[in-house]
Write a protein that binds this ligand. Structure first.
Ligand code: ADP
Length: 458
């Protein structure tokens, strides 16, 4: 029970308030004990002196008659001692709380000493005043009956503290409930997330720290949901992409078992099996590359090289593909140098130019333009191919995305090339974007800083 934050807050509050109130009460009483004693003593002494004066002014029997009629006897009890064991009582009769002076104290007062007896802290219990009746020494002991104004004040203070404590506890009970509610909600939400339910709704309107915590929590759960969706998509994409070539491999392998096949059919089936196996192998290479780029970006090497030269080399390396389709190139590549990982950036141009060739019609033209900026270099690759639908433009960089799957089958590919491009470009501190309309060609633009930020490449 005590483990709950709510109980803890309430208990801590109560303990601190009770302890604080008691401590301050005793400290104040201790600090003011002298003043309190004096305040208590003054009316008692004054009353005693009045009584003594009466006895000194009037004859004894007359004075006694006066004293018996005095109003103050309602609040004081007077004992006048002639000797240690002989006294006359005035005022309220003795009760269980009556305090008697000891013989020694009576003796002291009879010898002319004024004494004060307060055995219990600040409250005066008895005061002894010496005086004379007809020249004979007497000891008068005055005792307050009922509560004095000072003890009343103390009681009032204690009551006040008690009521303050009660009402404070009530307020803290309610306040803690509202204070703890968002934390309870957050705990509940954490449990949901731990169980795999990322759809977290929090009704926390607080501003302050708890509000910020709640908002960050909702954002975090949204990110987690997105990650989880990505993970699921990834797994299903991988299995789907692996499944289809495997199905055709096993189908054609079974077909090969037939005896009555012509050599031509046999060769065709074997070609298909080899092509599908190559597709799986390419895909696993790409996946490996992507995961390496994501998990070990520090493996990128940094060196300065001629970018124009590199792009030209990539175009030459792709010659078999473009010459088969009679594609021509228009190159605008001024001499420019760049710092980065040449192998990885070579992969960028291979993927983009490879796509441009793949999606271009026979006899099309591809323009590659290098535009130098003050701090960066921009490379744009424009083809006259099938173009990209506006809704697909951002998605082409996602893993396994292929704009039109049935048509893309015709073009071959795994949908990983541009994901690798984006990863490499962003590791170099650059950006890649795409423009174009369906049927009107496509332009990919890569912007790279001349020198990537130090933290990115080693
Ligand atoms: P793929 O291996 O399928 O080429 P990419 O990641 O390189 O994978 O490309 C993803 C998709 O983006 C392609 O399947 C294609 O639909 C689209 N795409 C990429 N480049 C072009 C382009 N030059 N013209 C038209 N569509 C393109």
């Amino acid at each position: 029970m005590i483990r709950s934050l709510y109980t803890r807050i309430v208990v801590i509050f109560l303990v601190s308030v009770v302890a604080g109130t008691l401590l301050s009460f005793f400290m104040v009483t201790w600090a003011f004990r002298e003043q309190l004693n004096d305040n208590l003593q003054i009316p008692l002494v004054q009353f005693g002196q009045d009584v003594a004066r009466l006895y000194e002014t009037f004859p004894a029997d007359q004075a006694e008659a006066y004293v018996r009629e005095m109003n103050q006897l309602a609040s004081y009890r007077i004992r006048i001692y002639k000797a240690v064991d002989r006294y006359q009582l005035y005022g309220a009769p003795d009760d269980s709380r009556t305090v008697y002076a000891s013989s020694e104290q009576v003796e002291r007062v009879l010898h002319g000493e004024q004494i004060r007896i307060n055995s219990k802290g600040v409250t005066i219990e008895l005061i002894g005043i010496p005086f004379q009746i007809e020249g004979q020494p007497r000891a008068m002991f005055i005792e307050p009956v009922g509560s004095t104004s000072v003890s009343f004040a103390a009681k009032w203070l204690l009551n006040f503290a008690l009521y303050a404590l009660l009402s404070g506890s009530l307020v803290i009970l309610v306040a803690s409930f509202f204070l703890i509610r968002p934390i309870k909600q957050l705990t509940q939400a954490t449990k949901h997330i731990a169980e795999g339910d990322f759809n977290v709704q929090l009704d926390i309107r607080q501003k302050g720290e708890l509000g910020t915590l709640a908002r960050s929590f909702v954002e975090m759960s949204r990110d987690l949901r997105r990650l989880e969706e990505m993970r699921r998509d990834f797994v299903s994409n991988v299995s789907h992409e692996v499944q289809s070539p495997l199905t055709s491999i096993s189908g054609y392998a079974l077909a090969l078992k037939q005896r009555n096949l012509t050599q031509e059919q046999r060769d065709r089936y074997l070609d298909i099996i080899a092509a599908e196996a190559k597709r799986i192998s390419r895909m696993s290479d790409s996946l490996l590359k992507l995961s390496q780029l994501e998990s070990q970006p520090q493996l990128l090497r940094r060196s300065e090289f001629g970018l124009d030269e590199q792009i030209r080399r990539v175009v030459i390396a792709l010659e078999p593909q473009w010459s088969a389709k009679q594609i021509t190139f228009e190159l605008e590549l001024p001499e420019e140098h760049l710092t980065g990982d040449p192998d990885q950036l070579g992969q960028v141009w291979t993927n983009i130019i490879g796509n441009a060739i793949k999606f271009s019609p026979d006899g099309g033209e591809i323009a590659i333009r290098l535009t130098p900026g003050e701090h960066d270099l921009q490379v744009s690759i424009t083809d006259q191919g099938i173009g990209i639908a506006p809704e697909d433009r951002e998605r082409v960089f996602e893993r396994f995305f292929m704009a039109d799957r049935s048509r893309s089958r015709k073009y071959e590919g795994s949908g990983l090339g541009l994901a690798i491009v984006r990863q490499i470009v962003s590791l170099h501190g650059g950006q890649v974007s795409v423009e174009g309309e369906p049927g009107a060609g496509t332009t990919f633009t890569v912007t790279l800083p001349r020198i990537p930020p130090n933290s990115i490449l080693s």
